[in-house]
Design a protein around this ligand. Structure first.
Ligand code: NAP
Length: 250
């Protein structure tokens, strides 16, 4: 039997976890999922896992070489700003085939009141005058951008207790892990008398409930643009990803 191909799966998303589960025990592919290590309690992952940064494109290129990686799937989050570029550079340098698995963004539908923001700072600048009570779902590392808004109150949803002090003057932390149901999101927004939602356009079903809830309640959503992606092959479903892998192994 031919040797199994060694695949590096850049993870940190539900798609990566689902792909690792689909490939667990595969006779053609031997998968290692890589996590940045930011989440202290990542969900259950099938197969081998490594944790921690590689040290930029140079470090990743060295890892690809020493670990004899044959192919790489970049299934990092749409807002992972650095890893996809480092992966593109390292794979190009080492001649390792790379595929970006990127979930499609949400698109506004009738009734949505979205306001596009190019980045977090632009989103923060839009809030005064728009809302006094804000639901922030951008993640703990992105809170600094809202620090100067001392006259506003924030409901901050996080997956796990904050590792550092929250930099916002008036806020409440709400710990919860998706998927979130629309009716629960409506109840949450009503309970805290939220007037605007700030969100990344993460796409996917698990966190879309707040977008539907804002629509139903007529609330504005400040939607932060996705960062630019490196060029190269991109798919938006796990099945398409498996087809790409299948064409290269076996
Ligand atoms: P990032 O800006 O692209 O990454 C920052 C650094 O973290 C990278 O330069 C790399 O360090 C390391 N890193 C990122 N992803 C890694 C991975 N899968 N395996 C090993 N090292 C990784 O991304 P981020 O926004 O900090 O996100 C970090 C992780 O959280 C990603 O895996 C992403 O999928 C996940 N995530 C991010 C968001 C978000 O909103 N940004 C949301 C949910 C999940 P080195 O340069 O040292 O290699």
């Amino acid at each position: 039997m031919a040797e199994r191909q060694r695949m590096l799966l850049l993870g940190g998303t539900g798609e990566a976890a689902a792909l690792a589960a689909r490939l667990a025990g595969d006779e053609w592919v031997d998968v290692t999922t890589s996590l940045a290590g930011r989440t202290r309690t990542p969900g259950e992952l099938a197969g081998r896992v490594r944790t921690g940064g590689f040290g930029g494109a140079d470090g990743l290129a060295a890892y690809l070489k020493t670990e004899h990686i044959d192919l790489l799937i970049d299934a990092t989050h749409p807002y992972a700003a650095r890893m996809p570029h480092a992966a593109a550079e390292a794979c190009a340098r080492m001649g390792v085939p790379r595929l970006r698995l990127l979930r499609p963004p949400w698109v506004p539908v009738t009734g949505d009141r979205w306001i596009a923001a190019t980045n977090l700072a632009a989103a923060a600048a839009m809030l005064p005058g728009l809302a006094m009570r804000v639901f922030l779902t951008t993640g703990q590392r992105d809170l600094d951008a809202f620090e100067s808004l001392t006259g506003l109150w924030f409901l901050i949803r996080l997956i796990e207790p904050p590792a550092e002090a929250i930099p916002l003057a008036h806020c409440q932390v709400h710990l919860d892990r998706g998927p979130f149901r629309v009716e629960d999101e409506i109840a949450l927004l009503r309970k805290h008398r939220i007037e605007a939602v700030v969100s990344k356009n993460s796409g996917g079903a698990a966190t879309t409930g707040k977008i539907a809830a804002a629509r139903i309640l007529g609330l504005p959503v400040i939607m932060i643009d996705r960062p630019a992606q490196p060029s190269g092959e991109t798919v938006d479903t796990i099945d398409a990803c498996l087809a790409w892998i299948g064409a290269r192994v076996g």
